[in-house]
Design a protein around this ligand. Structure first.
Ligand SMILES: NC(=O)c1ccc[n+]([C@@H]2O[C@H](COP(=O)([O-])OP(=O)(O)OC[C@H]3O[C@@H](n4cnc5c(N)ncnc54)[C@H](OP(=O)(O)O)[C@@H]3O)[C@@H](O)[C@H]2O)c1
Length: 297
């Protein structure tokens, strides 16, 4: 029997990578926001009861971290209520659920990379809604994987890599925060990890729980930007590297507070599933692909 996968948020960064990796590998129902609004309870229950998936992957989310400070109700409706409906409905049909969460559930004051059992303490609305969703998803469907990730980028969608390339093209000099340290994570690697975990969990019911999956090595946003420009120059995507000034979080005020230590320890997923951290530097080898998507906008 073919495994039946339902993907929500199919047009997002992770959603699109999941679709391209799962196409032809099982029965796939991939729905963007216009086909399934996860914050609409009736729609969620109808789709799930009609399709009867084995695996639900929730790649839909409200991800505008700063805007969430001003749209807390909407962020909560999508990130918490939507996730809750998906968990409830998937449990009713016997499906497992994958739910993505974030490094922003932590306050960033720990000196080490965060492990799954560290106590969350979100500092912004987005992080609060994601933490609440983790709890709800596990409550409503015990066959749940919570995958916390960070600093996601891909060829498609809005992300730091594409923003940096766009600004460099304009020939502007830049100032980038150097005191927030974390893990850039390639969306394609998240999709690969989820599919591998799902395949194992179809025959092993003891693996559900929270896992950290992000990139390695850890870097600051500043060091990430410098690496992008280094590659962009070598790959002829930009003619000249912009001057990048390292600034502190204090010099770059944002609506949402962000943790200074965003590092996730990914040992558990390595031990349980043999999944290595995302090699984000390898994922920068094809900057032409990111460029093409920028140009199409
Ligand atoms: N991006 C990051 O740096 C990051 C970091 C840590 C964790 N995560 C988590 O990883 C997951 C995937 O993130 P991503 O980067 O792939 O996000 P993304 O590119 O912003 O994609 C999210 C998708 O969800 C859709 N969506 C929004 N509201 C919806 C609704 N009510 N019903 C259905 N779909 C809806 C969005 O559609 P529209 O574009 O039309 O709104 C978008 O296509 C999320 O759970 C996120 O919280 C992301």
């Amino acid at each position: 029997m073919m495994t039946r996968f339902l993907i929500t948020g199919a047009k997002g960064q992770v959603g699109q990578c999941l679709v391209s990796q799962l196409e032809g590998k099982g029965e796939l129902l991939a729905l963007g926001r216009e086909d399934l609004d996860i914050s609409c309870r009736d729609q969620v229950f109808q789709v799930i009861h009609e399709f009867c998936p084995d695996v639900v992957i929730n790649a839909a989310a409200y991800t505008a971290v700063d805007r969430a400070e001003e749209e807390a109700n909407l962020a909560q409706k999508i990130n918490l209520d939507g996730a809750k409906y998906l968990a409830e409905a998937s449990h009713q049909v016997g499906a497992m659920i994958f739910h993505l969460s974030t490094d922003y559930v932590f306050n960033g004051r720990l000196t080490n990379p965060y492990v799954e059992s560290d106590v969350p303490d979100p500092q912004n609305v987005y992080g609060q809604t994601k933490l609440a969703s983790e709890i709800a998803v596990r409550h409503f469907n015990p066959r749940a994987f919570i995958l916390r990730t960070a600093w996601v980028f891909a060829e498609q969608g809005n992300n730091f890599v594409k923003t940096m390339l766009r600004l460099a093209k304009k020939g502007e000099n830049l100032a980038v925060v150097a005191d927030q340290i974390g893990s850039p994570t390639y969306a394609g690697d998240i999709a690969t990890a989820i599919i591998q975990m799902a395949n194992r969990a179809l025959t092993d019911d003891d693996l559900f729980g929270i896992y950290h999956f992000s990139g390695f090595p850890y870097v600051s946003w500043y060091a990430f930007a410098e690496r992008i420009f280094e590659e962009a120059e070598v790959q002829n995507v930009i003619k000249k590297r912009p001057l990048v000034k390292a600034i502190s979080t204090q010099d770059y005020p944002t609506l949402a507070k962000r943790p200074t230590n965003s590092r996730l320890n990914c040992s558990k997923i390595q031990q349980v599933f043999g999944i290595q951290p995302s090699d984000w530097q390898r994922a920068l080898q094809n900057l032409q692909g990111y460029e093409r998507n920028n140009a199409m906008k």
